[in-house]
Design a protein around this ligand. Structure first.
Ligand code: ME8
Length: 634
């Protein structure tokens, strides 16, 4: 591979549990970009994989009573062999950090940095956020909670190897300032510049007492810090130290995608590691936003995960991919609901696109006996060609800027313009108008050609739909090149069969756990088992109802004032149809006290009261014996 190769990465995911729609979000985005660059004729290296070492995985395995390696093997197999094939992810390499080749690269790099004085031995004293696997110095931690995710941090004191981040602080700051595209979107760049300007402390890059990791070369009592190991996977996967030609072609990465919560590792530790190795830095590190349920990030540890495999089984791969790519501005947070997925598919794909195809083929059959008419230049130019050219440019520009939702949205503009064009030109009137044959031919051709162009423009994003459009247009080939999106390539004269619906209208198939709405959810299937540790994250408290009133303008919601002994809370609960407000005062209920607050009808609700529900009946849950408010329920 002598040609330069377009290199894109996703984070390597922790196989601490099965992955969810949030991981699918990043990976589908990387897949769409890869497919686009392949259509441009570029060699592409698209890497994803799994981040298998560290304390979090070690503990997850321990809780299940299996060895870490048996544990990760099971989860990784489901990711690599089921999840990504289901979403038809076209990665070129899948890297596991337990691959022996990767282990060798990490140890070699560690030893080199130690030799050159970038890694030294000392004592670490500070904090550790286990869910994030991140170290925090005293200066950034308040109230023993993680400044990034807000969860409790652990105190750590241990002998440790340190990576001399401080040595590279000024160079990094300069790089960030000189390369405003390096970290995107721009708001993330500003955060990173601020972070670096606060001063970088040397980073602990080893753990004593964590056995599940890569041993420090020459000092096996220590294992290498999981993030140090993980970041190096981007090098290993590109062939660093093992495949010089591949590495030469691929390095540096063109785009590295990730969620915004790990931009710091990629915009600080990662470039400094590369500087220390004298390697070029990635062109662009892009931190996209989070998929939320209600106001809460979808996350493995929060128990609100949505399984992408189940969604694909219900709705098909294209609706799921379409939703992920189209719904949320890439870079911003956005809410996931199954309703929104169904709505998107019905409006954009079943209605706008499906109807355009259906109507166009019906008109060609009706007004031209099913034959694709010739295009006649010089006769009144219909105008869709200009729209198509503009859209094609916008798609390319949006993809170059990693604005995936804008790219997909642009394609929708062509579809809507073509639908409007039918209303404006009224082919049925031209059909009856004497002497309008050539104009009618141009109109029909333009509609067919818009659909063909659409099939090309959609092909980085959707997998079955472009082929289904093309077969109805009588095209037997798959899209092979982005150049095919240029106007005017539809062959003429062939006969079109009767059309079939492109997308059935979807019905909503599953009841969604209404995470943002406090109060009872409908009966849902039993969720998978959780560990004691996971259960322990719930802060359940006995609470006494001090006051209760109906929330104005609703018939479902009560505003409860709850005493927890030392403090009081306001909670909005959807129980008004089952309980009179006054009847609740003085009673004891159970409160989920550490649920992230949500705003409902302008009131900040700080928790959720537990209730059992069956067949539309609802019963609040409380202690059987009198207990002081504030008592922990466990
Ligand atoms: O952080 N919305 O792995 P991880 C959008 N192993 N994206 C989401 C998401 C959500 N709700 N939830 C997860 C790690 N993601 C490390 C990475 S890289 C050298 C090491 C996506 O399993 C998003 O890309 O916690 C996020 O950054 C990633 O999954 C975190 O995956």
């Amino acid at each position: 591979m002598g040609e330069p190769c377009w290199y894109v990465t996703t984070p390597i995911y922790y196989p601490s549990a099965d992955l969810h729609i949030g991981h699918a979000y990043t990976t589908v985005a990387a897949d769409a970009l890869s497919r686009y660059h392949r259509l441009l004729g570029q060699d592409v290296l698209f890497v994803t994989g799994t981040d298998e070492h560290g304390q979090k995985i070690e503990r997850s395995a321990e809780e299940r009573g299996v060895s870490p390696s048996a544990f990760v093997d099971g989860v990784v197999a489901r990711i690599r062999d089921e999840l990504w094939p289901t979403l038809r992810i076209s990665h070129d390499r899948f890297i596991r950090t337990t691959d022996p080749g990767h282990v060798r690269v990490v140890q070699t790099i560690f030893a080199r940095l130690k030799d050159q004085g970038d890694i030294y031995f000392g004592t670490y004293e500070g904090w550790y956020c286990l869910p994030d696997e991140s170290f925090w110095p005293d200066s950034r931690v308040h109230d023993a909670t993680c400044p990034e995710c807000g969860r409790p941090v652990e105190r750590v004191q241990q002998p440790s190897y340190f990576f001399r981040l401080s040595r590279y602080q000024d160079r990094l700051r300069q790089h960030l300032v000189d390369h405003p595209d390096f970290v995107q979107p721009p708001s993330r760049l500003n955060e990173m510049v601020n972070f670096v300007e606060q001063g970088l402390e040397d980073l602990s890059v080893s753990r004593a007492g964590v056995g599940w990791g890569i041993p420090v070369p020459g000092d096996p009592a220590h294992t290498i810090y999981v993030w140090f190991d993980a970041l190096i996977s981007y090098l290993t996967a590109a062939g660093y130290l093992t495949e010089p030609e591949q590495f030469q072609a691929a390095w540096p990465p063109d785009v590295q995608l990730m969620g915004k919560e790990i931009v710091r590792f990629h915009a600080v530790t990662w470039p400094i590691l590369l500087m220390a190795l004298d390697l070029p830095l990635p062109q662009r590190v892009f931190g996209h936003g989070w998929l939320l349920i209600g106001d809460t990030k979808i996350g493995k540890s929060l128990g609100n995960v949505i399984d992408p495999i189940q969604l694909v089984e219900k709705y098909g791969v294209d609706p799921v991919r379409y939703f992920l790519l189209r719904e949320v501005p890439f870079g911003a947070d956005g809410t996931y609901t199954e309703d929104a997925l169904v709505r998107r598919t019905n409006v954009d794909l079943a209605n706008d696109l499906g109807n355009l195809l259906h109507r166009t083929i019906a008109m060609v059959r009706r007004f031209n006996d099913g034959f694709v008419p010739p295009f006649r230049p010089g006769i009144a130019e219909p105008g869709l060609d200009r729209v198509a050219e503009g859209v094609r440019r916008d798609v390319a520009e949006s993809l170059a800027a990693v604005e995936l939702n804008r790219a997909v949205e642009a394609v929708g503009r062509l579809v809507r313009a073509a639908n409007k064009f039918i209303e404006d030109r009224q082919p049925w009137a031209l059909y009856r108008e004497p002497g309008a044959r050539e104009r009618l031919d141009n109109v029909l051709y333009s509609l067919l050609e818009s659909l063909r162009v659409t099939s090309v423009l959609l092909s980085p994003f959707l997998l079955d739909t472009p082929g289904r459009i093309r077969r109805q247009l009588g095209l037997t080939t798959e899209v092979a090149s982005w150049d095919e999106s240029q106007w005017g390539q539809l062959p003429v004269g062939h006969h079109l069969d009767e059309g079939t619906p492109l997308f059935p209208r979807l019905e909503r198939l599953m009841t969604e756990a209404a995470a943002a709405a406090p109060g009872p959810a409908e009966a849902t299937p039993a969720p998978p088992p959780i560990t004691m540790e996971e259960f322990g994250r719930l802060d359940l408290r006995v609470a006494r109802v001090e006051a209760a009133e109906r929330v104005a303008g609703t018939d479902r919601l009560l505003k409860l004032t709850l005493s927890l002994g030392e403090s009081t809370r306001t909670v909005v609960s959807g129980i008004a149809q089952h309980y009179q407000a006054e009847a609740l005062v003085g009673r004891s209920v159970v409160l989920v006290a550490n649920l992230a607050p949500v705003k409902l009808r302008g009131i900040v609700s700080e928790g959720m009261v537990l209730a059992a529900s069956e067949a539309g009946q609802l019963a609040l849950v409380g202690p059987l014996e009198p207990v002081a408010p504030g008592a922990r329920v466990k």
